[in-house]
Design a protein around this ligand. Structure first.
Ligand code: XMP
Length: 517
């Protein structure tokens, strides 16, 4: 495959929780970059032809016996290198400087003073105070030969250092996090002034290039796409449709566990507006039959996953001319990272179409493999997808099946759908939706007594779950205004028969998860 951009930055990962953030910050400067593990051999790094290299942070100390150490040759390739935190320490260690444990771990905000207005701090001015975020237990005691100090803080005299002649730079702080407000400028200085990159990685250049690649890869082959209506599969479909038009065949499975109006909306957008070949399969009965009497969350997930594969396989027989299956795999899924993954990957069995391609003897096409989520949204926007789809919140594959706690019946799903619809309406009209990462309703099989007019009621409980998050791995409950909560409760209890009590979920993740099942 053609390289995605002529100007590439290589990020070598030493296991920092912030490595992906570095990549996103680089791309925000419109420079293409990839993350590769510290074990990547030097010849592969040479082949990649980076215009610059960033060494990420990492949780270990360079002097520990099992510390991650990359090939020393990366410092001799003649391309600029920026070491961040552990990356700085490793650079110093490899060049025979001295790194030692600090007497006290430094964690949190610090103020730097720029002592040398080198290219890295271009635009900052000498002696300018710079707020930065520190998180390290080790410090650089002795600089390698040729290095000098660019900026210092009270606790870290060697907070930013460089051997300008060799293009080797290192910072003890984290320019990639939001707590380093001018971190973007520092990274931009490294990318543009020091590495000589230009801001040429844009979505429209990506669209042109990837359409060309898709056409070359596929030729006359036809592609099957499982369209879910979520951001990723929608953008995959829109991109492929632009590239290969009628060679694309989309299947949308209505499993009966979707939000109100979802199936008709997808048909409207993709079938009518975009004119894609779209098959909508109404499989609600099949799913609900299979779920009859099942209350165990894991069993529900497994059944929904299996039924999906069953329906999809059955349908795909009609598309035997398809040699490819499209998948909305994103860059975070393919990074061969040494970072520690959060616990949620294994706590619940996440449903996806993973098993399908081998079973059906299909090759895979994954046109979003290089992109982060925010870039996918931008791509969707560039391709003309409606805002409602591009800005959509994540919706789990098992859908309302895992939000309808207890028995899944058509009646209970209808209650949940109506309540969720009201919730979404109010979130949109109040403008609060965009302040949440996810906001949805959950129906509990817990009945309580109420009174409506003169009548006693005995109905189920609805929970509102609204959370803020960066990536779904950790989350906090959203501090929505009381007035808005009152409105949800009022409307839901009054308008939805079957619910007489509304609760607001105030649990963070961890220890709770975002979904209830
Ligand atoms: P939890 O509940 O594990 O959810 O905190 C984390 C994020 O993942 C979404 N989620 C799923 N997404 N298939 C998906 O595609 C699934 O089976 C699934 N389960 C949870 C959840 O909505 C949240 O955004």
């Amino acid at each position: 495959m053609e390289p995605i951009s002529e100007e590439r930055i290589l990020i070598i990962d030493f296991g920092s929780q912030y490595t992906q953030l570095i990549a996103r910050r680089v791309r925000e400067q419109h420079v293409y970059c990839e993350i590769h593990p510290f074990t990547t051999p030097l010849n592969k790094i040479r082949e990649f032809q980076p215009k610059g290299i960033i060494l990420s942070g990492g949780p270990q100390g360079v002097y520990e016996p099992d510390a991650p150490i990359c090939d020393r040759g990366v410092l001799d390739l003649g391309v600029p290198v920026l070491g961040i935190c552990y990356g700085l320490q490793l650079m110093v260690h490899l060049l025979d400087g001295k790194v030692a444990p600090s007497a006290r771990r430094e964690y949190g905000r610090a103020s730097l003073s720029v002592v040398d207005d080198s290219d890295l701090f271009s635009g900052f001015g000498k002696n300018a105070p710079v707020d930065v975020w520190m998180s390290h237990g080790d410090k650089v005691d002795d600089l390698p030969r040729g290095f000098s100090v660019l900026a210092s803080s009270e606790n870290s005299p060697n907070a930013a250092v460089a051997d300008v002649n060799r293009g080797l730079y290192g910072v003890q702080f984290h320019p990639e996090v939001a707590h380093t407000p001018r971190g973007g400028e520092i990274l931009a200085n490294f990318l543009m002034s020091i590495c000589g990159c230009s801001p040429s990685w844009t979505m429209s250049s990506f669209v042109d290039r990837s359409i060309e690649q898709i056409r070359t890869q596929l030729g006359q082959e036809h592609v099957l796409c499982a369209l879910s209506g979520g951001v990723d599969s929608s953008v995959v479909a829109a991109l492929l449709h632009k590239a290969i038009g009628d060679q694309l065949h989309c299947i949308f499975v209505d499993n009966g566990l979707l939000r109100k109006g979802e199936a008709s909306y997808v048909e409207e957008v993709f079938g009518k507006h975009f004119g894609m070949e779209l098959t909508v399969v109404d499989a609600a009965k099949r799913f609900l039959d299979a779920l009859d009497g099942v209350t165990d969350p894991e069993k529900k997930r497994k059944i929904i996953g299996q039924e999906f594969i069953g329906v999809f396989e059955q349908q795909s027989e009609k598309f035997s001319r398809c040699g490819y299956l499209a998948q909305g795999t994103l860059y975070p899924d393919v990074i061969e990272s040494v970072s520690v993954r959060g616990p949620s990957a294994t706590i619940k069995s996440h449903h996806n179409v993973g098993g399908l391609p081998e079973k059906m003897d299909l090759k895979l096409i994954e046109p979003l493999r290089e992109l982060f989520k925010d870039e996918v949204r931008l791509l969707g926007q560039t391709l003309g997808l409606p805002r409602h789809i591009v800005q959509r919140q994540p919706f789990p594959g098992p859908g309302l099946g895992i939000r309808c706690v207890g028995d899944i019946t058509e009646e209970r799903l209808e209650v949940l759908r109506e309540a969720d619809y009201i919730l979404q309406e109010e979130l949109i009209s109040s403008g609060a939706l965009s302040q949440t990462w996810q906001a949805f309703a959950v129906l509990l099989p817990v009945k309580s007594v109420g009174v409506m007019g003169d009548e006693r009621t005995y109905e189920e409980t609805l929970v509102i779950r609204a959370i803020t998050s960066q990536d779904g791995m950790t989350a906090d409950w959203a501090r929505l205004p009381y007035e808005l909560l009152a409105k949800f409760s009022n409307r839901i209890i009054n308008e939805v028969t079957g619910v007489n009590r509304v609760l607001y979920d105030i649990s963070s993740k961890p220890p709770s998860t975002i979904e209830w099942e």
